[in-house]
Design a binder for this molecule. Structure first.
Ligand SMILES: Cc1cc2nc3c(=O)[nH]c(=O)nc-3n(C[C@H](O)[C@H](O)[C@H](O)COP(=O)(O)OP(=O)(O)OC[C@H]3O[C@@H](n4cnc5c(N)ncnc54)[C@H](O)[C@@H]3O)c2cc1C
Length: 358
C-alpha cells in the first residue's frame, strides 16, 4: 500500500510521528509512505507572532521535516501538489510526474485572500522573505484583516523598528464575531502598541504601495500583508472529489472524503464543518493517523467528535497575552507564559531544534 501525504500541515506532523512509532516497533503495518511538501521545514503559526516581535528566538516556529521523515521511513518529494485525478488515484505535481496512491491524505491548509499588490501571510516563505527585505525607513506596514491572526501580527510588527503598523478590516469592527470584552482588551493593546486601525475598509488593491478601497486611496505603505479570508491551499474542484463551493474537499466526521473512501484530509484545507484554526488541525492529527492506519488494515474509519470550543490566546507583542475561554476574556503576563508553554510543547513534540527562515 502506498500512502501519500499531501502537505506538511499540523495534522500530518502527527501522522508522520505515528508512523515513526510504528517503524520503531517494527510493526508490519508500516506502509510505503511519501510526503509531498514544497519546503524542508514546516511552520507552527502560533509561534510566528512571537518570533516577529523578537520575543522568541529566530527559528522558534519552524519544524524541520527530515527527522520525522527518517523515523517514519518516508520519502519526501520536494514539490507542490497542483491537482488530483481522484478517478485514477493520481496526485498531480508541479515538477514531477503524477504520483499514484492507494491511500491519500490531504493537509495543505488555506491561504488568505490576497488583494493585488499585497503579500499573503502564507505561504510563510514569501512572508518571511518580504519581512526580512523590509527597510524600516521605507514606511509603514499594513496588515489586511483584523481577525485574531491579523491583530496578533500587527501587535508583533509594532515591536519592530520603523513606523507603527496599520490594521485594516473590511467588517465594521475589529475581531468580527468575537465578544466585545475580548475586543476591548485587544483595542487597548493596539492603542498601547501604537497600532492604528480602520474598519469597514475592504482593501481592493495596492498600486505602488498606495492602498485602495472601494471609496478612495488610503495612503502609502511599504508593505501590505494579507491576513484575512481562507482560500484552499489546493483547489480540488476539478479533481473529481466532492468539494464545497470554495474548492475545499468535503470530509465526514471520520475525516474521510464523502466521495472517495481512499482519500482523507484534515485542517484548514478541508471542509469538515469546523472553524479554520490551528487548534482543530492539531486535534485532528491523532484521529487522522488512527484512521489512516485503520484504512491500511482494511478496517472502517472511526468517527471523531471534536470539541466545539477552544481556548484562544493572542500575544500582545509585550510578553503578555489576551485570552478567551467559554466567553470569558482575560489578559496578563501569566496568559503569555501559558501560551508559550502550549506552543513550545507543540514545537518540541515534532522539532527539537528549529530551522532558520526568520
Ligand atoms: C499569524 C498567524 C497566527 C496564527 N495563530 C494561531 C493560533 O495561535 N492558534 C490557532 O489555532 N490558529 C492560529 N492561526 C491559524 C493557523 O495557522 C491555521 O489554522 C493552521 O495553520 C491550519 O493548519 P493546517 O494543518 O490545516 O495547515 P497549515 O499549517 O497551513 O499547513 C499546510 C501545509 O501545506 C503546505 N501546502 C500548501 N499548499 C500545498 C500544495 N499545493 N502542495 C503541497 N503542500 C502544500 C503548506 O506549505 C503548509 O506547510 C494563525 C494564523 C496566522 C496567519
Amino acid at each position: 500500500m502506498h500512502l501519500v501525504l499531501a502537505g506538511a500541515g499540523h495534522a500530518h506532523l502527527e501522522v508522520l510521528r505515528h508512523f515513526g512509532q510504528q517503524q520503531a516497533r517494527r510493526n508490519a503495518e508500516a506502509p510505503r509512505l511519501t510526503l509531498v511538501a514544497p519546503d524542508a521545514i514546516t511552520v507552527y503559526s502560533g509561534a510566528v507572532p512571537g518570533v516577529v516581535a523578537g520575543l522568541l528566538r529566530p527559528g522558534a516556529a519552524e519544524i524541520p521535516l527530515a527527522p520525522l521523515l527518517a523515523r517514519a521511513g518516508a520519502e519526501w518529494i520536494e514539490d507542490q501538489v497542483t491537482g488530483l485525478d481522484a478517478g485514477r488515484r493520481l496526485v498531480l505535481l508541479g515538477r514531477n510526474p503524477p504520483l499514484p496512491y492507494d491511500l491519500l491524505s490531504l493537509n495543505t491548509g488555506a491561504r488568505p485572500v490576497t488583494p493585488p499588490g499585497s503579500v499573503p501571510v502564507r505561504p510563510w516563505r514569501g512572508f518571511f522573505a518580504a519581512l526580512a527585505a523590509l527597510d524600516p525607513a521605507a514606511g509603514r506596514v499594513a496588515v489586511i484583516g483584523a481577525g485574531v491572526a491579523g491583530v496578533e501580527l500587527a501587535l508583533a510588527l509594532a515591536r519592530r523598528p520603523g513606523p507603527h503598523p496599520l490594521l485594516l478590516e473590511a467588517a465594521p469592527e475589529l475581531l468580527p464575531g468575537l465578544p466585545a470584552s475580548f475586543r476591548a482588551h485587544a483595542e487597548r493593546a493596539l492603542r498601547l502598541a501604537g497600532v492604528s486601525w480602520r474598519t469597514a475598509f475592504p482593501v481592493e488593491r495596492l498600486d505602488e504601495g498606495m492602498l485602495h478601497s472601494l471609496e478612495a486611496g488610503m495612503g502609502q505603505v511599504a508593505l501590505a500583508i494579507a491576513c484575512a479570508g481562507a482560500l484552499p491551499g489546493l483547489d480540488l474542484r476539478t479533481s473529481g472529489l466532492a468539494c464545497d463551493a470554495a474548492g475545499f474537499p468535503r470530509v465526514d466526521e471520520a475525516l474521510c472524503s464523502v466521495s472517495h473512501r481512499e482519500v482523507f484530509g484534515a485542517g484548514d484545507g478541508v471542509a469538515a464543518g469546523l472553524p479554520k484554526a490551528g487548534v482543530w488541525a492539531v486535534r485532528a492529527g491523532p484521529v487522522l493517523a488512527g484512521n489512516l492506519s485503520r484504512a491500511l488494515r482494511g478496517e472502517p474509519p472511526r468517527p471523531w467528535t471534536p470539541q466545539r470550543q477552544a481556548l484562544m490566546l493572542l500575544g500582545t507583542g509585550r510578553a503578555e497575552a489576551i485570552g478567551l475561554w467559554r466567553g470569558i476574556s482575560f489578559e496578563g503576563a501569566w496568559a503569555w507564559r501559558w501560551k508559550r508553554w502550549l506552543d513550545d510543547r507543540f514545537v518540541q513534540r515534532y522539532a527539537g531544534a528549529g530551522g532558520g527562515w526568520l
